[in-house]
Design a protein around this ligand. Structure first.
Ligand code: SF4
Length: 392
């Protein structure tokens, strides 16, 4: 989560800010589907095979029992009934695909798992696994039900950390286990995706996660990273990125329009729009005049044209253009310059790259300390104007 939004991480885990959490419909749907599939497998352990109707009856009664009108539906064009039908379909498709559920032996359901990342026990994580299954061949499978309405790309799953970390936890808890397969059920697509990780990959993952934890712990700014995910963030009303919106929304209409911040933004946007139009008009006219001046100078066979207080000199020049930045020709050119021993004469220090390296602490501390002797931190503020979603 820290990678997604460091500020959210700080509010949740460091400041431990309590919020009146508004549950999203997506989270509600996820919980209801998970508990229905949990019931299916739990009952199987007691030799009770639910029919689809029985399972859907359970699902409907839990949906109704737990429903609360404060559940947030961000996508305003859909109502609770759409989400209910979606969830019903997820359960039905799953049921029909895996009936009679004899793909293996369920070892654990909604299991809390602890993951030791280092031998010293300094770095530990915990998680909850939807279902652990043992196959006839003695392999273990970590099953995870996903109710997202987007199917991730295969390369995302190849690098997904969550299930791979669970595999580490399973190997630690059941030392005799042959191997662990990771299985994602993308319920919205009635699709199962499997993957495995070698011991080397799991070892590398532990190292990466420790490095990530250290990076998070050394973060001093915890900057906000606003994105579409903010709509599902429980800290949105108190987050500095959004709190003004909540402030003005709560005001009556006459006070709302008198808010100083609102007035400033509206005026700023108005002037920026005018600036854009004026700039476009000026550029268009300048271009026409430049063309006319060149034509005039050519016709009169002169290089300088005089006005009442100004003069314009028309100078012809030549400039070479080079292959674009990421093209293969550019790579070849760089290599040739290096081979010719001329690279040092044309290479320049990339200060934007250095800026990013320092900001994101990409290098080790020693190198960063050396660098910092040559840099000064200049603070500035920039304004980014954009449209509010759903406003015309
Ligand atoms: S609302 Fe957005 S920017 Fe603010 S803490 Fe939550 S995720 Fe981060």
């Amino acid at each position: 989560m820290s990678e997604q939004c460091p500020q959210k991480y700080k509010l949740q885990y460091i400041d431990k800010v309590e919020t009146e959490i508004e549950e999203s419909i997506e989270a509600y749907l996820g919980i209801r589907v998970h508990e229905t599939l949990e019931k299916l497998y739990r009952d199987l352990g007691y030799q009770k095979v639910n029919t689809l109707d029985e399972l859907l009856e359970f699902f409907h009664s839990e949906w109704k029992k737990n429903w609360d009108d404060s559940i947030v539906i961000v996508k305003e064009e859909y109502g609770p009934e759409n989400y209910l039908k979606m969830a019903e379909k997820y359960v039905t498709d799953y049921y029909n695909r895996y009936r009679p559920f004899n793909q293996g032996k369920t070892i654990a359901l909604e299991e809390r798992i602890l993951i030791d990342l280092d031998d010293a026990g300094e770095y530990k994580l915990q998680g909850y696994i939807d279902r652990v299954m043992e196959t006839e061949e003695g392999y273990y499978e970590v099953h995870d039900y996903k109710t997202n309405s987007r199917l991730p790309l295969p390369e995302y799953l190849e690098t997904d950390r969550q299930l791979a970390l669970y595999a580490i936890g399973i190997k630690e808890r059941y030392p005799g286990v042959k191997d662990v397969k990771l299985v994602w059920h993308f319920l919205a697509f009635d699709k199962e995706v499997d993957s495995t990780r070698s011991d080397e990959e799991l070892k590398a993952l532990k190292k990466d996660v420790i490095a990530l934890i250290e990076k998070i712990e050394s973060d001093e700014k915890f900057e906000a990273n606003p994105s579409t995910l903010c709509d599902w963030c429980e800290f949105k009303p108190i987050c500095r990125q959004w709190s003004h919106l909540y402030m003005i929304k709560e005001k009556p209409e006459n006070e709302y329009l008198a808010d100083s911040g609102l007035k400033l933004v509206d005026r700023y946007a108005e002037l920026k729009a005018k600036e854009k139009q004026v700039t476009l008009d000026i550029y268009a006219e300048l271009e026409k005049i430049e063309e006319a001046l060149i034509a005039f100078a050519g016709k009169e066979n002169i290089d300088m044209v005089f006005g009442s207080k100004h003069k314009i000199r028309i100078k012809e020049s030549e400039r070479y253009s080079f292959p674009s930045k990421n093209s293969s020709d550019r790579k070849q050119l760089v290599q040739i310059l290096k081979d010719l021993g001329k690279w040092d004469e044309v290479v320049q220090l990339d200060t934007s790259a250095l800026n990013k390296i320092i900001q994101e602490k990409q290098w080790d501390k020693r190198s960063l300390d050396v660098l910092e002797q040559y840099v000064t931190l200049e603070k500035s503020r920039r304004l980014y104007l954009s449209k509010i979603k759903n406003s015309s």
